[in-house]
Unconditional design. Structure first.
Length: 309
């Protein structure tokens, strides 16, 4: 699975960076649970504003302004980036809402579903072909959602919206020629005017919690910093590891969220919900095995021709 043996210093660093990124993302519920009495909408506003400001300093220190200037110099090509910005804002806001309302199981399920949503979107939008096991994995995931709908009488809308928003974000993001750090900065930059207007409205309506207490102020500012830090760790991992390895590590995020919901927040988990998770986990195992098996096979080339990437 690894591009290099773990004895290789760079591969070991890559795994360490990957573990850092996904563990941080997995622990986000613990951070957002600290905001007591602050609405998810207001936390989202500050997350956008402080992420953008923190990234200004980060991009400056890392000397990464060139690709950003190139992107901003062509406004007509910013349509997809704006689409990414709207989708990631929806994802962030709904995730914060899920934590505030103690629906972290639903958030966890949404991020377990995301790889399967990516597969389905690839088939429907990009006309990609799915292997047999990948089709079965998507079918099992759909069955899990139907079970919840029929037996519980409710659609897991938080899970589906998180998975669809992040999956569609990934689809658009593939079409944007920006690295992760530069892309996130441009996305938050496009959202910044809306964030500042929303913050001004909250302040004028005396609904802002920003200066209520030093603890709240510091948490709201920190929301921007913690948005960027795991992304930096992820970038370090992506440069050193194969995509298959990153895909395997990705499951740490929703797994940690699942156990935080179960052990820390003590959210109720009904037998039907547990059955849903088991089906999703089975589908992910099938998908992962199929993806790893497909990538590990050498491509066949016609006789007398050269293989091409």
């Amino acid at each position: 699975m690894f591009a290099k043996p773990l004895s290789d210093p760079e591969a070991a660093k890559g795994v360490a960076f990957g573990l850092t990124a996904y563990v941080m993302w997995g622990c986000f519920p613990l951070f957002f649970a600290l905001f007591q009495g602050v609405p998810a909408f207001e936390i989202l506003i500050h997350r956008v504003i402080w992420s953008c400001l923190f990234l200004v300093g980060l991009v400056t220190v890392m000397k990464r302004w060139h690709p950003i200037r190139q992107a901003l110099a062509e406004p007509r090509r910013l349509g997809r980036v704006l689409g990414c910005a709207v989708l990631i804002a929806i994802n962030w806001g709904l995730y914060i809402y899920a934590v505030e309302t103690r629906q972290v199981f639903q958030a966890s399920l949404g991020y377990f579903l995301t790889p399967l949503v990516n597969v389905a979107l690839g088939m429907l939008v990009l006309r990609e072909r799915m292997a047999g096991l990948q089709s079965l994995a998507v079918l099992l995931a759909a069955t899990a959602i139907v079970i919840q709908l029929v037996l519980l009488g409710e659609l897991p809308w938080i899970s589906l919206t998180l998975a669809l928003s992040f999956g569609t974000y990934g689809l658009l993001r593939k079409q944007v020629p920006l690295d992760g750090l530069s892309g996130l900065f441009v996305e938050t930059l496009l959202l910044l005017p809306l964030g500042l207007m929303a913050l001004s409205w909250l302040s004028m309506a005396e609904l802002s919690h920003f200066l209520d207490a030093p603890r709240t102020t510091l948490l709201l500012i920190a929301s921007g910093v913690i948005t960027a830090l795991p992304l930096l760790a992820f970038a370090g991992a992506a440069r050193r590891l194969r995509l298959a390895t990153l895909g395997f590590l990705m499951y740490l995020n929703p797994t940690i969220q699942f156990f935080i919901a179960l052990l820390v927040f003590r959210e109720p988990l009904s037998p039907i919900q547990l059955a849903t998770f088991v089906l999703i986990w089975t589908s992910l195992a099938l998908y992962s095995w199929s993806a790893w098996h497909t990538r590990s096979r050498p491509p066949l080339a016609p006789a007398g021709s050269r293989q091409s990437k």
